[in-house]
Every structure is written in structure tokens, then in C-alpha cells.
Design a protein around this ligand. Sequence first.
Ligand code: KIV
Length: 263
Amino acid sequence: MSKITLTSLNKMKKEGRKIACLTAYDASFARIIDEAGMDITLVGDSLGMVIQGSESTLKVSMRDMIYHTRIVSDVSKHAFIISDMPFMSYATPAQALGNAARLVAEGGAEMVKLEGGAQFAETIKLLAEHGIPVCAHLGFTPQSINKLGGYKVQGKDQDTARQIARDALLLEAVGADMLVLECVPADLGAEITARLKIPVIGIGAGVDCDGQVLVIYDLIGITPRQARFSKNFLETSASVQAAIKKYIREVRNSEFPGEDHRF
Ligand code: KIV
């Protein structure tokens, strides 16, 4: 299997081939995910909840992200590696540049992901100018949980839907190379995916996104609360390896997310 790069991911978008992405935080899962042929491994700050046991992602530090990203990138030979910039690590463009550079140089990330809209346009432009690929993250943004007032679908009304679409177009224009769209109505996910040239990876954003991402612990059904958009693939598979391969297959043939997993 050849190494997945940003060029291969852009080609997949152009050719309409679906992109499969899954989180990993440790060497054992990262290796299995990589060997299964995953396109992208995301070292998500969801590790705050699934590894550290917090209620949110807010306590995750740069040190944590570098530590887990390095472990995952060291064993991954095929998948493209994205690492989350943790809460408050990108409050100013200069701070973002310094911290993104650490995730790349010390962690081995090939792209960094940050949450938020137009207010991060200058930051994304600066990172892009310095050769650091950026994945924007719109819709439900977990680092803003206290502001958003809980886990809620975003973009349900016309005004917020238009705002998310405008932000997506702006962040692409200033240099974002990918977009994660979380918990938005499926028709908004479809519209944004059609309007952007960069790959759009959905989680609770409908089947028409260019790809899908899930948290590995949701996929194997060991998180306390299964969100509507996620699916336990281990229930119908004989092993973790088989469950991950089933997820990849269902993403590739647009079987997942089904009607039950959309908003
Ligand atoms: O932190 C994470 O795992 C994420 C995904 C759920 C998109 O951001």
C-alpha cells in the first residue's frame, strides 16, 4: 500500500472516491487501522474523553497531543496523519504557528486541525503560507461546548446554516486544505461538499460528504454513550480488525452513514 498524501486525498475528492478516516491515540490501534488501509488517521483531542476520562476536550494539552501524535505517526506507514490543535493552543496566529510547527516537527503530523470559522481566517492563511496543511472544523465544535450549551446539531436554521457555508468557503479561500463538518443536517453537508474543492470529511453530516470520520472507541462500541451519528461495527464483526475493515467498506460504498446515522 502506498503512502496517502494530500495529493492523493485531493484526487479522491476529484474522482468521487470516498475517504475513510478514524481516530487513533496509541500504537496498537494505529497499527491495525493503518494495516486495514485507512486513508486518514486522526489523532483527535477526543482523547480527552476516551483516553483521559474527561467530560470534554478542554483539558487536553499540547504535551498530550504531541505525545499521542508521535506514537501514532511512528507506526503509521500508509495513512495520512492529522493532529488536533488543543483548546487555546491557537488563540493568536503567532501562537498557532508555533504550536502547529511542534505538532508537525515533534509529533510527525502531516496536517493540523483547528475548530472555528471566519475568526481563524488569518491563522489558517499564516499556517498555509508556512507550508503547514490545515483542516478546518465547522458545525459542532467540541472545544466550544460551554458556549454552545451542550452536544447539539448545528446549522438547523437558515441563518446558522448560511453562516457555516460562508465560513467553509472563506476558510477554503484563505488556504484550508480540508474541512471536518460535525453534526449538521445532511442537506447542509451535501451543499458544502458540492461547493468546496477541498475534501470535506463528515461526522454526523450525512452520506454526501467526501469522507467520514469516527472515533475508534465508538466504532468498537466501548464508549458509555453512543451518539446518533456513530455506529458499533464490532457488533457484526468477528474482530476489531474486521470491524475497521467493514467501516472502510461501508464508507467507500456510501452505506455508512445510513438514514439512522444522519440529521
Ligand atoms: O477529536 C476528534 O476526535 C475529532 C473528530 C470527532 C472529528 O475532532
